[in-house]
Design a protein. Structure first.
Length: 99
């Protein structure tokens, strides 16, 4: 199973590390989509998965997509990822305050 975490902040990093530590995913099957170039560079140094900047490149590969972004970023995020989503993917939101 290939896991994509959208958002490389504290929550996204925590989930990535937990999946790796519990052997749910390997580093090769863990992906993180991060919009910040600076944060993406930091994430690459952590070796917790492949870090992407473009949803078109990583989203089609994912079986499970975890949304770990701030609620105010959701409208833009959905607009950017919608063309690359599949009905075969499972989406899980860990955003605070979003139902």
């Amino acid at each position: 199973m290939r896991i994509l975490i959208i958002g490389g902040g504290n929550m996204g990093q925590t989930y990535a590390r937990s999946f790796l530590r519990s052997h749910i995913a390997t580093e090769e099957k863990m992906m993180i989509l991060e919009k910040s170039v600076e944060k993406a560079a930091d994430l690459r140094q952590m070796n917790i998965g492949t870090v992407w900047h473009d949803p078109a490149e990583c989203l089609p590969q994912a079986d499970l997509v975890i949304l770990a972004v701030k609620p105010q970023d959701v409208p833009t995020l959905f607009e950017n990822i919608r063309p690359h989503c599949s009905s075969q993917q499972v989406f899980l939101s860990i955003m605070a305050g979003v139902k």
